[in-house]
Design a protein around this ligand. Structure first.
Ligand code: PHE
Length: 370
């Protein structure tokens, strides 16, 4: 019994002297923890005779309860003292102005991508996507680029080292491989849920995304953004292509009418192929769309080559289609007057603050795009 009295006196003194919450916690573990002194005493009850236990049980349990209560009381006191000390030390000058909040903005490329998507969505197009790392087959072969043909080099492609199977992957040089993914009838599961596969004709898709070419100057960046368009249906002809693009351009630049011309061009995956120029005015030092007598080249397009349809398991005698590829960043530069494409990807927050858009201004053709 005197043991218990001594232990209690010792513990009470230690609890009273504990300088902070951490020291108190160490004391609690030493007394009441799994191998603590009081827990040890409680364990001895099991080996006592009933008579001994009748006396020792209440004594040890009482000790445990009193020590636990003392610990809790001291803890509350220490915490209150710590709070008092903090309140006394910390001051807040409510008369000072609040520090300015840095506000993010929507990157012009993303804004333009949304504007373009809103316009095409209203025309009935759906968005399809594909991976940035492509197979040579999807980027070139299925798009009717002849094997070993210089056209493959024309794209200044970033190739990866060939894999164990000899296959040479690449960073897609255009968004056209997603045409192949959307049209191809395969049993293969796409590698990710957002990757387009086997859309049944009629197909009306746009494909916004990143593209890569080994090229860098004021109007070229090794990474840039394109938007592919693809329409596959019965009886599709170039008139549909022309209407779609002219309507898009007029809405995008928010001008009444657009004059356009189609210059013959060559793409392996379209026949006939064309580059589309739109009428503009450069006289005031800046480019104005919708007036004037100058021309500005803005995109490549054409009727989908029968070989591409065949590669993808679509009968070219039944279905026809058109495709186009637009440079998203370039359209943004034209619309919002940004002189150098490379600035768009420098990540300079001053540039972003100047050219960026509010996140709440979601483009909507009905209420205004920008
Ligand atoms: N893929 C072509 C390019 O990047 C653009 C294009 C797309 C041309 C679709 C015709 C049809 O140069």
């Amino acid at each position: 019994m005197t043991d218990l009295t001594t232990l209690e006196a010792e513990l009470s003194a230690q609890v009273a002297a504990a300088p902070d919450v951490a020291a108190l916690e160490a004391l609690r573990v030493a007394a009441l923890g799994k191998s603590g002194s009081i827990s040890g005493l409680l364990k001895t009850l099991g080996s006592m005779s009933p008579d001994e236990r009748r006396e020792a049980g209440p004594a040890i349990n009482g000790l445990r309860d009193r020590v636990a209560a003392a610990l809790a009381e001291r803890k509350a006191a220490l915490e209150a003292a710590e709070l008092d000390a903090r309140l006394a030390a910390e001051t807040l000058d409510l008369t000072l102005p609040a520090p300015p909040r840095r506000k993010g903005s929507v990157h012009p490329t993303m804004q333009v991508m949304d504007e373009m998507t809103a316009i095409f969505a209203e025309m009935g197009f759906q968005v399809a996507e594909g991976p940035d790392i492509e197979t040579d087959f999807n980027n070139f072969t299925a798009l009717n680029f002849p094997e070993k043909h210089p056209a493959r080099e024309m794209h200044d492609t970033f190739f990866f080292k060939p894999g164990a199977d000899g296959e040479r992957k690449l960073l897609r040089t255009h968004t056209s491989p997603v045409q192949v993914r959307a049209m191809q009838r395969t049993n293969e599961k796409p590698a990710a849920p957002w990757i387009a596969t086997a859309i049944e004709p009629p197909i009306r898709i746009i494909v916004p995304g990143r593209t890569y070419r080994c090229d860098s100057d004021a109007t070229h960046s090794p990474m840039f953004h394109q938007m592919e368009g693809l329409v596959i249906d019965k009886g599709i002809h170039m008139g549909h292509l022309k209407w779609t693009l002219e309507t898009f351009i007029a809405r995008f630049f928010e001008v009444e009418g657009v004059v356009s011309r189609f210059r013959p061009h060559h793409f392996p995956f379209t026949e006939p192929s064309a580059e589309m120029d739109i009428g503009c005015d450069r006289s005031g030092g800046e480019i104005k769309i919708g007036t004037g007598s100058d021309w500005l080249e803005i995109l490549g397009c054409g009727m989908v080559h029968p070989n591409v349809l065949r590669f993808c398991g679509i009968d070219p005698d039944v279905y026809q289609g058109f495709a186009f590829g637009l440079g998203i960043d370039r359209l943004g530069m034209l619309k919002y007057g940004m002189p150098d494409l490379r600035d768009m990807f420098e990540g300079d927050t001053r540039w972003l603050g100047h050219y960026g858009f509010s996140a709440f201004a979601a483009p909507n053709p009905a209420t205004g795009l920008s």
